[in-house]
Design a protein around this ligand. Structure first.
Ligand code: GLN
Length: 454
């Protein structure tokens, strides 16, 4: 394994914004005591977990990696994190991320970028991006700082960082995990999910994290399946669809070769493979980059200098001035860019041309998947169009950064479960990820295909 010993200690990765080892130790002690007393252990007794700093944690600073929320200490616990603690896990700390989960490289964090523990094999020592926005989670797991972490995925933020760092992560069907207590980015897309080294660990964590929550109106009122017990790498009787639109001219040759290897692995596991078409795929990225900023601009309106975190109140300033000064100070450049795009596409003169149109295309993208799933049970694609890139490489060009999400946003727009699993290394020894997309609510088939690949 190419874990890089050159990194000057775990701290250099900048994966954590706040460390809470005492909470992890408390959970470990509770597990030890239960064991000594002969009491049954809980599903996650004593397991130390890294918590993406987008989840509100009672009494522990929650920043969304922004200056806006620096010093904000919630008085409540998010539903997903509460479920993890109730199952016996302990929090190791709050993990760094792209500011308000906007980004694909972790470079938009107010607390400095996270770096990946991986390095290229050709002697190039440039620090690499751990992916984003859950880059603190991916880097910490890849560097063995924690066995598992939470992530959130709006357009790929669990899957792409998992792919960049050689780990696994699953975004469940929209509505499986409660969004209550998670700092909102784009509410119709945001989903929490686990990130871990193995598919089995992901299944165990997701069973704990998922479940109906009356506090989230989009939460699905369905029983949580026993995904771990249902794990099987035998794919006999399953048909895998290969969407031809995901293989555009100019697709990186190593990504293409990894995809072919993945197809062979699923065939070896007993699956049949067919080509399918998702004709509206090329509209997914522009659709996402209208809908996500639109919802973000609305969600971020709450940061007004009154209710949360920072306040900038220049001398003699009125209310409007305070809003403006606080928001100018508290939000980073990428967040401001999204707010500007979002308010533009929602403005009276442009609403129909952009936002309404994007919602229509979103429906067509969802229908593409429904039609493909008449011919197959799951889809196999690459997770990202390249391996990890050097920090700074794409920072000056937001469009180049957005292109990184080309394979992950379609499943987000359709609300489908999708998982990234390691697909081997490229010529430089860097990890590449395969993506498995399943039918709505069929996380089991997604996990099983992941197990067959792993
Ligand atoms: N990279 C995408 C974006 O910047 C996805 C982010 C996410 O899933 N949170 O919007």
């Amino acid at each position: 394994e190419a874990f890089n010993a050159n990194v000057a200690g775990a701290k250099a990765l900048n994966a954590f914004i706040v460390e809470t080892p005492e909470k992890a130790l408390e959970a470990a002690d509770a597990a030890d005591k239960a064991k000594a007393a002969g009491e049954p252990l809980k599903p996650l007794s004593g397991v130390p977990i890294g918590m993406k700093d987008l989840f509100c944690t009672e009494g522990v600073q929650t920043t969304a990696a922004s200056h806006m929320l620096e010093g904000f200490t919630p008085t409540y616990e998010s539903t997903v994190s509460k479920k993890l603690w109730d199952a016996g896990a302990g929090m190791l700390g709050k993990l760094n991320l792209d500011q308000f989960a906007m980004g694909s490289s972790n470079e938009t964090s107010y607390f400095g970028n996270v770096i990946s523990p991986w390095r290229r094999g050709d002697g190039d020592t440039a620090a690499l991006a751990p992916g984003g926005s859950s880059g603190g989670s991916s880097s910490a797991i890849a560097a063995r700082l924690c066995p598992a972490a939470t992530g959130t995925d709006t357009g790929g933020s669990i899957r792409q960082p998992a792919a960049f760092t050689g780990i696994s992560g699953i975004k469940p069907t929209y509505g499986r995990c409660s969004r209550w207590g998670i700092v909102a980015f784009a509410s119709s897309l945001d989903q929490a999910g686990p990130m871990a080294r193995t598919v089995r660990d992901n299944a165990i964590l997701l069973e704990t994290m998922a479940g109906f929550d009356p506090k989230d109106s989009t939460s699905l009122d369905l029983a949580v399946p026993q995904w771990e017990a249902g794990l099987s790498s035998n794919l006999k009787g399953k048909t895998v669809g290969i969407p031809k639109e995901y293989r555009p001219d100019g697709l990186n040759a190593e990504i293409s070769a990894m995809w072919d290897r993945g197809i062979d692995w699923l065939k070896d596991a007993g699956a049949e493979v067919v080509e399918v078409s998702l004709p509206h795929t090329r509209y997914a990225l522009p659709t996402y980059y209208i809908i996500a900023p639109a919802e973000a601009s609305s969600n971020l309106a709450r940061y007004d200098g009154v209710r949360y975190g920072q306040r900038d109140l220049p001398d003699g300033a009125g209310l409007q001035d305070m809003y403006a000064a606080t928001r100018a100070l508290g939000f980073g450049p990428e967040v401001k860019r999204r707010i500007m795009i979002g308010t533009y596409v929602l403005s009276a003169g442009f609403y129909d041309a952009y936002y309404t149109q994007a919602q229509k295309v979103r429906a067509l993208i969802a229908r593409d998947f429904e039609q493909a799933f008449e011919k197959c049970d799951l889809l196999l694609t690459p997770t990202a169009p390249s391996a990890s890139f050097a920090l700074g490489e794409k920072q000056a060009d937001p469009l180049a950064m957005y292109l990184n999400d080309v394979f992950t946003v379609p499943a987000s727009l359709a609300g489908l479960p999708a998982m990234a699993v390691p697909g081997g290394l490229d010529g430089q020894g860097l990890p590449l990820g395969l993506q498995i997309i399943g039918r709505a609510l069929d996380e089991q088939t997604v996990l099983n295909a992941g197990l067959a690949i792993e």
